[in-house]
Design a protein around this ligand. Sequence first.
Ligand code: ATP
Ligand code: MG
Length: 385
Amino acid sequence: MEKVILIRYCEIHLKGKNRSFFENLLLNNIKTALKNFNLKVTKTPARYIVSEFNENDESEIIEILKCIPGIFSFSRATKIKTDLHEIEKLSIALMQDKKGTFKVNTNRADKTVALNSMEISREIGGKILASNKNLTVDVHEPNFSVSIDIRENGETFVFTDSILGVGGMPVGSSGKALLLLSGGIDSPVAGYMMAKRGTEISAVHFHSFPFTSPEAKEKVITLANKLKKYAGKINLYVVSVTNIQKEIHKNCHESYMITLLRRCMFKIAERLCKEKGLDMIVTGESLGQVASQTIESIKVVESVVESTPVLRPLIAFDKNETILISKKIDTFKTSTLPFEDCCTVFLPDAPIIKPKLEKVLIEESKIDAENLIKEAMQNIELIEI
Ligand code: ATP
Ligand code: MG
């Protein structure tokens, strides 16, 4: 008899010939996330098993598993030899203190076992009922369930709980993104959503020191660390746009400040993608949220990007939907600390809401954008998270 954690994965079963690639990737991601613990992670058909861990570490291990993309759910289970008598004894013991309704679920991958899964559930259910007078059966909405997972190799797992994971695909299965990470609420959520779909995350943060404070940068590092729980290792590139903003402020019409700054940010982002071998730019934009996120603004900003897909996982989200996720992934409190973002430095009273490309190009011609961008790219700081 051994205590283990039994892990089930998500959409990997849909992947025909590529299935073993996804399975091995998730196995490696689980091993990496748990590398600081003394334990074993093994793959069996359609399951992963965490075993030989110290029971004192169990709750910490569970918190880590809850954050690994690709895991559908997992259970704290007891592993025993496939033997109906042993299964019965264990099931009765698991339910001995319980009061209320219950059901037994059986999954029988080993077809050599004499009874089929329905018969096993009925048999064990009957024995539990006989041993505990405080229980009755409810197969639809039971208070408790006993699950019996009989595997092909003579092993059976018995468990009473099932903890949901984040779902999605294992990180590393869906390309590499450069996340535009501000200190706000939206962009960390956008990064989480992409990691959940299997994307590796690098991030770029633009600051305007000394107009933005060192604390604003620390805040972004904290956010990246919180994102790391889901995405794994993150390369954070920190770029100063102070001179770009000063030049725009000095030479261009003030209502174009954010549009012009964002065009420079996207140019830098695409160049970084090309330099670092990243496949896509990801932002936390949501349609119509602010002046820079109207479709007209998105269009004139994105038009500087030559050949890199720009993905916006929150494009159709309401702010409150994003906030719910930011609370779930524990970035909300950090995101709402009151430090200035470079987008709020030199903020015009009336930013242009529906910019026209011809006018934007006229304003942009008043600065030497190319040289300013080159200069910004020469001083990029890399922080490995
Ligand atoms: P957020 O809550 O993520 O800051 P926001 O609602 O404040 O978003 P904007 O400031 O318009 O919106 O920014 C839209 C998107 O542009 C952000 O989600 C982020 O992806 C990117 N962005 C904005 N400011 C920065 C910055 N200083 N560094 C990197 N990316 C940024
Ligand atoms: Mg912002």
